[in-house]
Design a protein around this ligand. Structure first.
Ligand code: ADP
Ligand code: MG
Length: 263
């Protein structure tokens, strides 16, 4: 009887493990700047299941970007563990980190970070260059990613010929082109007006509905409400972790918002 119970518990644990996309255990990050030590993360514990849509909030300097850089394998914790799809990435070498980053993770930043002299399509194709793909397959994937964000028609435009919202959509397409399992977005609507921000959130909600795990940093409560779960940081620690009730649908909110012409 006791053995059966133990087996059952083990099975449950295994099922749970299978659904964990991200597990962060007692992560600290200390920046050493000459004489100064900045303790940016002070013991972060966090599990994120596959398919979640998490918003991270908190005032400037609270450690949000530091955590995102670690989650995105752009940086490593000073101490603690980070499991991504069950692999402890805190212990991987730089080259292995780069491979994981390119295959499993998509990034979107506040500043879009598009190459100016490069078309939307070429920008989106960039992350595929690491994979050994035929040019035709690259084109097909990049075009498809642009179609997902509603920019299929504008694939040959340069960033300067696109609005801020369109540029951010190109950046989302670029993040999606290698079919990542997790999308990390650090203040993706920080440079956008409110209507365009809701448009971006609508795209993210649709992607999440289709199973993509999304982690988004924002300091706007209205934007965070579009996620399923909101985590609040303060002074390098998680202070609150709550599920969103009555989550609004960005597409519906958009329908109620005045268009620019009406404004
Ligand atoms: P947030 O994204 O919430 O605004 P950050 O994670 O960027 O916060 O920063 C957390 C703390 O770590 C701040 O005190 C910031 O000044 C410091 N910090 C961030 N990046 C670095 C760095 N590369 N070197 C030194 N200190 C840093
Ligand atoms: Mg930041």
């Amino acid at each position: 009887m006791t053995t059966m119970l133990a087996e059952q518990e083990l099975a449950q644990q295994e099922v749970q493990e299978e659904y964990v996309a991200i597990r962060v255990q007692d992560v600290h990050r200390i920046y050493q700047l000459g004489e100064n030590r900045v303790h940016a993360l002070r013991g972060i514990n966090l599990d994120i299941a596959k398919g979640e849509f998490v918003a991270i909030m908190g005032s400037s300097g609270s450690g949000k970007s530091t955590l995102m850089n670690i989650l995105g394998c752009l940086d490593r914790p000073t101490s603690g563990d980070y499991f991504l799809d069950g692999v402890n990435v805190a212990q991987l070498a730089k080259k292995e980190l780069a491979a994981i980053r390119n295959r499993r993770l998509g990034f979107v930043f506040q500043g879009f970070n598009l190459l100016a002299r490069t078309t939307a399509l070429e920008n989106v194709e960039l992350p595929t260059l690491y994979a050994k793909l035929e040019a035709e397959e690259r084109f097909r994937r990049a075009k498809h990613a642009l179609e997902i964000v509603g920019l299929g028609e504008r694939f040959d435009h340069f960033p300067s010929q696109l609005s801020g919202g369109q540029q951010q959509r190109v950046a989302i397409a670029r993040a999606l082109v290698n079919q990542p399992s997790i999308l990390l977005a650090d203040e993706p609507t920080g440079n956008l007006d409110s209507r365009t921000s809701v448009e971006i959130m609508s795209i993210l909600q649709t992607l999440n509905d289709e199973g993509l795990t999304i982690i988004l940093v924002t300091h706007e409560p209205d934007i965070a409400q579009f996620a399923r779960r909101v985590i609040t940081f303060r002074d390098g620690k998680i202070r609150r972790d709550e599920m969103v009730t009555d989550r609004p649908r960005a597409a519906e909110v958009l329908a109620e918002m005045p268009t620019l012409e009406e404004d």
